[in-house]
Design a protein around this ligand. Structure first.
Ligand SMILES: [Zn+2]
Ligand SMILES: [Zn+2]
Length: 234
């Protein structure tokens, strides 16, 4: 029986070899990166994006942590997840996000539930899936918390944030998100998940919607963070 399983696994990897998250070279079944990308990971420092402190010493009302700088291999991986629907990428990114949270928190953090930043139903229908939901689902398994995909609803369609100035971005999102069933999140410690952190306006709007609905605490974790400055986006 064992031998048959091994054999099946062998053939599985011939036809569907595991690939490096960043450069797509074939790698061993239990690896995430090839040796070269393993060495050159564009990791962000183990600190909060907003205050620069470690997770336990963060002074923000909503701590924000991202794993990678959004560049080259990371960009390629996130685009593969977003535009070609590669769910394996979401699983690998979620594993790295969980590793970072666990390493940083030294067991001081625990989350009751994981919530993705939602897409508007029109955009979701067009794409056929939500990459933030994929990340949230995989991350919730990694940290043994409940995944609440429908906790927040995007109540109206909004313009792409990147085309707007800082003020317009805030205005663009006023009343764009609402908590579906507040009883699901009242008193809960929520891990809010998104793929890329750009200016933070969207995740912060979602975090405040959760806090206003009664969440005890909200922490944000994203797979990557862009290096754009506010000025570059204006
Ligand atoms: Zn690689
Ligand atoms: Zn902070």
């Amino acid at each position: 029986m064992k031998r048959r399983c091994k054999k099946a696994e062998y053939f599985w990897h011939i036809f569907f070899p595991n690939r490096c998250l960043f450069c797509e070279r074939p790698i061993a079944a239990d690896e995430v990166f090839c040796p070269q990308c393993e060495k050159e990971q564009p990791l962000l420092p183990p600190t909060c994006n907003a205050c620069g402190n470690l997770i336990g010493q963060c002074v923000c009302s909503v701590p924000v942590f991202s794993v990678f700088r959004y560049e080259e291999g990371v960009k390629r991986a996130i685009r593969a997840m977003k535009f070609t629907g590669d769910r394996v990428v979401a699983q690998k990114l979620a594993q790295l996000m969980a590793d970072k949270l666990v390493a940083l928190s030294e067991d001081t953090l625990s989350f009751d539930c994981v919530v993705p930043v939602p897409m508007h139903k029109k955009d979701r229908k067009e794409r056929g899936f939500s990459q933030s939901e994929w990340l949230a689902e995989a991350l919730s398994e990694q940290i043994s918390a409940v995944c609440l995909n429908d906790a927040i609803q995007k109540t109206r369609w909004t313009k792409k944030q990147l085309t707007l100035t800082a003020q317009e971005r805030k205005r663009n999102l006023i009343d764009a998100f609402a908590v579906n069933q507040p009883e699901q999140i009242v008193g809960k410690s929520v891990l809010l998940v998104d793929d890329v952190y750009t200016t933070g306006t969207t995740v912060m709007e979602n975090a405040h919607v959760l806090l206003n609905a009664g969440a005890r605490a909200v922490t944000v974790c994203t797979a990557a963070k862009t290096t754009f400055t506010e000025v570059e986006l204006l």
